[in-house]
Structure formats: C-alpha cells, structure tokens
Ligand binder design. Structure first.
Ligand code: SF4
Length: 467
C-alpha cells in the first residue's frame, strides 16, 4: 500500500509541517515507517524512521527539515522487510544533485532490474523497489543530462504498480503508472501545490482538490506545471490468455473496498458511496430474515449501512472496537491471537442477545479472523449469524503492492462456499458478486486480479514460491 504526499510552496515557506499533517491523514495506508525529505533549492534534508507519523517526528525534527519543496511517505511493507533502510523517501546522489524518491506500489520486474544493476557495479543499501527506481534514474541522468528524458527512460523499464514522487533540488515530478493501479491526485491553495495518494489529506489541509493524475501521466511541479505522458505503449500491450489486449487502466478495486479512507474520492468516485452501494448489492444478492444488521468495525461500517438501508433491517453496533490496538501488536502464539481478537473487538451482549444477526465485513482472506468473530458474536447470545462480505472471493495473490498470503493460505482459493461457511461457523455466508462489485464501483477499468486470477500485466517476472 503506502501513502505519499508532496508540497511545493510558491511563497517559499517551509513545508515540513504540511507534509507531516498530510502523512498523518494518510496513516491508514501504512503504519510501519514514515519519512520526509525537503529541499531549499541547494540541499535535500531528510528524516525517516520506523513507527507511526506521530512517533517518528517531533517539532525539533520538523524544524530541521528546511525547504519550500518536500515529499513524504508512510510505509507498509511488501517488497523488502521491516527495517529503517527500507523506509522512504530514498535519497540518492546524482549528476543533478541529490534526488529523493517516494514510491507506492510494487514492481514485478524489480529482481531482474536489481540483478542487472548489480552486474554493472551498483551497490544497494536496501531491499526495496524504490531504490531500484532511484539507481536506474541516476544512470539515466548520467546518460541523457535531461531530467524528463531520464525519467521517461527509467519508467520504460518498470512493470507493475507505481505512484511515484521524485524530488530534485528545485521541483517534484509526480507520476502514476500507465495502469493507474494506485491513486494519486493534485491539490492547490493560494500558496501551495499538493500531490497526495488520497484527497482526504488535501482536504485536511483545507486546500482544494484539483484532479486525479491520469494513468501514465507525469506532472512536473515547480514554478510552472508541465504535463508529460509515459512514452512506452509496447510494454502495456499485454498478452492475456493467448490474446493481445491493450489494457487502458486497471485501478485496484481494493482501494475502494478496503484501503482508501471513506472520505476520499478516487478518479472521481466516492469511496464511501462505493461501500454503501456494495452493501445494497449484498442485500439484493443475499437477502435473509434477520433482526439486526451489524458491521465488523471499522472496515464493515459503510457496507453494513448500505445493507441495512436496502433490506430495511435495523442497523446496530453489535461490536465495539478498541481504538488503541494497533497493527504492530506482536502475537506469537495461537492463544494470544485468540486473545487479540477479543482485545480488539468486544461484543455488546445487550444488542446481540437472542437476535438473528447479519454481520457485515469487507473481505475474507485466510478466514481465521472471521471464524473468531462469528464465535464471539455467538458467545454473546446471538441466535443466528449470517455473514455478508463486501468483496468477492479472493482467490489469487496480489503482485502490485498488497501484502496478501500465498494462494494456499487464501481460504477461497481452495474451498467452495459451503466449506468456507462451515469453517467460519456462520449460519449463512454471502459474498458480493463480481458483477455486483463492478456495478457498485461504477467503472470497468479495474484490476480484479486477486478475484479472477487474470492479471493486467505479465507476471512472468515474479519469483513466486507458491502461485
Ligand atoms: S490484485 Fe487485487 S489487491 Fe492487487 S492491485 Fe489488483 S485488485 Fe488490487
């Protein structure tokens, strides 16, 4: 996942604080590390560390990040493990001075590119894709002496998902890959130009959302704004099931279903509305006699609201979430994992007792958490538990930046609906259909690969242990 945020101050004010608030608003996209790099035209200053935005930065650190241009990153680890070296932005030296890079997404051919570069003598300090991009760019800058051409040449080599911010001493290049896997948008106020993974961060700063970047677009942000397109149509002509298909865009459906904040809008479509529409679709596709509809908080909240509205079954909060249980919770043993669900979610007996409950959540991955929650609701006195899921069955791994388990571990990849229902222990189980999901989102140019096994890019590059 990851979140990226950049600011260019036209009035030449320091931007570190603004980036801090932007990253804080994107914290849901990654909690493992955070970083900011700024530039005052002469030098790049940077700081990054493991932890939440509020843990990584304090006033003193932010004051030392001088400069009217800056980019930031919140990290969620996919390629590369959890360590400080893998936090971003990445700062590298080049013939154009220092460059900072912040990347959201995952490249499929990063291993090949890394090996090629190593053969040519490059030494890597981290295991992330972002450093591969940085090193490629440094080489191209040496060759071409032209920044836009060097960026174009670098991007031609990349296959996979990338929303990127590349900062030079005097400007930022914002880039969205030709498939548009990950969101990226522009904002503006009187004195600043913003670029952000989601517009919720732009709204927090009371700036105006301008527009989403188009797939394949490069936006040069400086005193002037220049727009370029990624110039390599060939590698986006992919062969799928023996047929050559030109994929225009393949935006990740999971952004709408789970990742993005409900108050964000991606490519003109409100995430909140999509989730509510999915809830409605679920109610149409999987109606049931029940007394209450309850979400699994927080991920199921908006879906449940849609289900309740459509089905006319009243909406109740049957579970309470402990807001202070973070993702960093370390759970070594099975017993402790059981305890973790109880620490995180607490059933409200007064709501659930003797009720037939429709429980609504966003997705099922391994199935273990769903089973524990169904059990929790039953123990609190529910007569029946009907589980409704706002994402179709996940049957294939993601290679574009979402840390999903292997195919073997995905419950829906090797079990039919009835077997999953039994394993989870629900009285009935219903997933929204693929058609229902597409209808609810209202666009067809989506990546649905983890639901269908049909990937919008070639995947031959990836060294995958367990397809
Ligand atoms: S495979 Fe699934 S999670 Fe990954 S980008 Fe595509 S839709 Fe999103």
């Amino acid at each position: 996942m990851c979140g990226i945020f950049g600011v260019y101050s036209l009035s030449r004010e320091n931007v570190a604080k603004k980036i801090y608030y932007g990253l804080f608003s994107l914290q849901h996209r990654g909690q493992e590390g955070a970083g900011i790099a700024t530039s005052d035209s002469y030098n790049i200053y940077s700081y990054k560390n493991i932890g939440l935005v509020t843990e990584v930065f304090n006033d003193e650190i932010l004051q030392n990040l001088i400069g009217y241009i800056g980019i930031g990153h919140v990290r969620y680890s996919t390629t590369g493990g959890k360590c400080l070296e893998n936090c971003q932005p990445f700062v590298v030296k080049s013939s154009f001075g220092n460059i900072a890079i912040a990347h959201n997404g995952d490249l499929l051919n990063s291993e090949e590119l890394r090996l090629e570069l190593e053969k040519k003598g490059h030494i890597f300090t981290s295991s992330t894709d972002s450093e591969v991009i940085a090193q490629l760019l440094v080489r191209e800058l040496l060759k071409t002496k032209d920044r836009v051409e060097a960026i174009q040449n670098t991007l031609k080599k990349l296959v996979g998902a990338y929303s990127l911010l590349i900062m030079f001493n005097d400007k930022i290049f914002a880039i969205r890959d030709p498939w548009g896997f990950k969101p990226l948008c522009l904002g503006r106020d009187e004195d600043n130009i913003y670029v952000s993974s989601e517009d919720c961060a732009i709204n927090t700063l009371d700036a105006k959302f301008v527009r989403d970047l188009e797939p394949g677009e490069i936006v040069e942000i400086g005193e002037d704004i220049n727009i370029y397109k990624i110039e390599n149509e060939d590698i986006y002509n992919v062969e799928l099931e023996g047929e050559r298909v030109y994929k225009k865009a393949a935006t990740c459906m999971f952004e709408y279903v789970y990742f993005a904040r409900p108050d964000s809008t991606i490519d003109g479509i409100s995430v909140y509305k999509v989730r509510k529409n999915i809830g409605r679709e679920l109610a149409k596709e999987h109606p049931t006699d029940a007394d209450i509809v309850s979400p699994i908080p927080d991920s199921g909240n908006t879906f449940a609201l849609g289900y309740a509205e459509e089905s006319k079954i009243p909406y109740y909060e049957g579970l309470m979430k402990n807001k202070y249980v973070g993702r960093t919770f370390i759970l070594p043993s099975q017993n402790e994992r059981e305890l973790a669900v109880r620490l995180k979610l607490s059933p409200i007996r007064a709501v659930l007792e003797n009720k037939r409950v429709v429980l609504v959540d966003d997705s099922i991955v391994r199935g273990t958490t769903s089973r524990r929650i169904v059990e929790l609701v039953r123990k609190a006195g529910a007569k029946e538990v009907h589980l409704r899921i706002g994402c179709p069955k996940i049957i294939s791994p993601c290679y574009y930046g979402i840390d999903m388990p292997t195919k073997k571990e995905l419950i829906a990849s090797n079990k039919d609906l009835e077997s999953i229902r039994k394993e989870i222990g629900a009285d009935s189980l219903g997933y929204v259909s693929l058609e229902g999901l597409i209808k609810a989102i209202g666009r067809k140019d989506l990546c649905l690969a983890c639901l269908t096994g049909r990937y919008p890019t070639p995947i031959k590059f990836k060294k995958v242990k367990d397809y």
